[in-house]
Design a binder for this molecule. Structure first.
Ligand code: NAP
Length: 307
């Protein structure tokens, strides 16, 4: 007879790790399923986190390791498993995965979000050959080279600042004439002499031979076209929720975010959600860890009322 868990947490980013910490302290029989074989989620690719209280300027990778160490210290169990779906099984939830089936009374979905793609010509062709979605992972390959970052949010501005430390020149290409990024990041951006912001412009095509050589862009106000000579294109145009495995399982919005308030309660009894994959106003580490704690509290209420 397979183990029956009180709680299975799907995902081991900040939301999943926070949930694991709270679940261990609540003495729930819990396992955390992680897809990539590595805890931490998106913060592993963040050079510096400067808005988490008490840990100013911490490297994202170090922060992920600290969260994981805390969960380990409390006895949390982890399993490498890619979740395929969720079904009902005799009053329990069954989670088929690449590592077999898991049976549980409750689930917290903390599967996070992944980089969105632009969908332009050359993006797929030059993936890993000059096109990247992670400046902190790949930026070192572009020392003394020219690169472009596409986007106007926190990630795009952080990436441009990060790349400017080693690249000769960095273009930041944004489709509007106003950035969405936090003001503190914008101030740091405008201090960099080797960053040129190209406003009101969209990327149209990435060209090259074996590696990226050019990026064609268009000004959306004047329709003027321009070709930039460069070696790297970093795409930072937001996130898509990791929720494909939840189709026909829980209610989601039109973008695929799982619908729930702060308590993490979904439309399906026994299934809860936490972190970036939830419908919410602000997707940051501090809100993800808060979600994890709230979702475990909802799990506890549910287990008490379904004894
Ligand atoms: P984001 O805030 O959604 O910004 C995406 C940017 O890409 C926007 O500027 C958007 O333009 C642009 N964009 C979207 N689709 C595009 C397209 N097809 N073509 C051209 N441009 C496009 O995403 P993010 O920067 O990846 O950040 C994701 C979340 O993580 C956010 O909630 C952010 O606050 C959070 N985050 C926080 C921190 C921090 O606090 N230190 C660091 C990183 C990320 P428009 O502005 O015109 O919509």
């Amino acid at each position: 007879m397979a183990d029956i868990f009180d709680l299975v947490i799907i995902g081991s980013g900040p939301a999943g790790l926070s949930a694991a910490i709270y679940a261990e302290r609540a003495r729930l029989k819990t396992v955390v399923l992680e897809k990539s074989g590595m805890s931490g989620g998106q913060i592993l690719n963040t050079y510096e986190v400067d808005n988490y209280p008490g840990l100013q300027g911490i490297n994202g990778f170090d922060m992920g390791m600290k969260f994981r160490e805390h969960a380990d210290y409390l006895g949390a169990k982890f399993k490498d498993a890619d979740v395929i779906g969720i079904t009902d099984e005799a009053g329990l939830k069954k989670i088929p995965t690449t590592a077999g089936d898991f049976l549980t009374k409750t689930i917290i979905i903390a599967s996070g979000a992944s980089y969105a793609k632009l969908g332009i010509t050359g993006e797929n062709q030059f993936g890993g050959k000059g096109v990247s979605y992670c400046a902190t992972c790949d930026g070192a390959f572009f020392r003394n080279k020219t690169t472009a970052v596409i986007g106007g949010g926190d990630v795009a501005v952080e990436d441009a600042i990060f790349l400017a430390r080693t690249c000769e020149k960095v273009y930041l290409i944004h489709r509007r004439n106003e950035l969405r990024a936090a003001m503190v990041l914008q101030e740091a951006l405008f201090e960099q002499k080797n960053i040129e912001v190209i406003w009101d412009s969209v990327a149209e095509e990435i060209q090259g031979n074996d590696f990226v050589e050019h990026l064609s862009i268009k000004n959306v106000k004047t329709n003027e076209k321009r070709t930039l000579d460069l070696q790297g294109v970093f795409i930072a145009v937001g996130l898509n929720p990791n929720s494909d495995f939840l189709k026909n399982v829980v209610a989601m919005d039109d973008k695929g975010y799982v619908i729930a308030e702060e308590d993490g309660v979904t439309n399906v009894p026994g299934i809860f959600v936490a972190g970036d994959v939830r419908t919410k106003m602000l997707r940051q580490i501090v809100t993800a860890v808060s979600d994890g704690a709230n979702a475990v509290t909802s799990v506890q209420h549910y287990l008490i009322s379904h004894k």
